[in-house]
Design a binder for this molecule. Sequence first.
Ligand SMILES: NC(=O)c1ccc[n+]([C@@H]2O[C@H](COP(=O)([O-])OP(=O)(O)OC[C@H]3O[C@@H](n4cnc5c(N)ncnc54)[C@H](OP(=O)(O)O)[C@@H]3O)[C@@H](O)[C@H]2O)c1
Length: 248
Amino acid sequence: MAVVGPGALGSLFARRLSKTVPTAVIGRGATNIPQADWVIILVKAYDTAAAVRVARRMKPKGIVSLQNGLIEEVPQGVTTAAAYREGRRVVPVATGLTLLPPGFEVLARILRRAGFDARIARDIRAARLKKLLANVCLNPVTAVFAVRNGALRKPPYARFAEALAREAAPVLAAEGLRITPGEALRRVMEVAKATAGNRSSMLQDVMAGRKTEIDYLTGTLLRLARRHRLAVPTHSAFRQIIRIMEAR
Ligand SMILES: NC(=O)c1ccc[n+]([C@@H]2O[C@H](COP(=O)([O-])OP(=O)(O)OC[C@H]3O[C@@H](n4cnc5c(N)ncnc54)[C@H](OP(=O)(O)O)[C@@H]3O)[C@@H](O)[C@H]2O)c1
């Protein structure tokens, strides 16, 4: 078993997995690459290509990404597990629910033995699109205004979440997700409620002066919107603002 990306979430998975199965943790620039049956990719989306190259060298039966954004290089699952870095320390927040694509039944069993609620989702594409919806509505707003997820449920931030959810819904529907604007907004509000006390990963990245995943979250939605000729002006504005914040 191997985890590529020894950051917040990678450490959470690797620590638990290593209690039940030998688990290699592969960091940036690793030179000793072991063989492994299953590889989980948990680098930031902008580091995916290099991580996938390393994962393939392990000659695994399967590689799965649990990253945010829509990853095309390898099969992708989704997870609501959460952790954050505090200096060199990794603070686990939740083991959450992890959905894997069909074909990863053995990995799901290994994860369950390690204490994760892991299941196969037959319609993993729908799960990935729903995760993208939550990410593009919660992350930019919390990062720009430096507020925790729960703040999105109330004025003045709720109006931004609402605009973002209503713009995203037709795009995701055009990609095959059965969702109306009203359902999209309800879903975003549910996630904001369930994770009310959390700082989104984009907010954490902004606070730590790190590059964000905006181009792989909002950027992906903008690409899909262009494909379907749909307007997403609020998403576009938030991407510009985050880019300006990154540049500073
Ligand atoms: N944290 C969460 O609660 C959470 C929840 C759900 C989804 N996610 C998603 O999971 C992914 C990882 O998030 P994270 O918060 O764990 O990020 P993170 O703390 O920044 O960890 C990423 C790790 O990957 C390492 N890395 C970068 N390039 C690499 C490479 N080529 N090979 C091996 N390791 C490499 C980084 O090393 P350096 O330190 O040297 O850069 C860092 O240790 C993101 O897509 C995120 O959106 C996170």
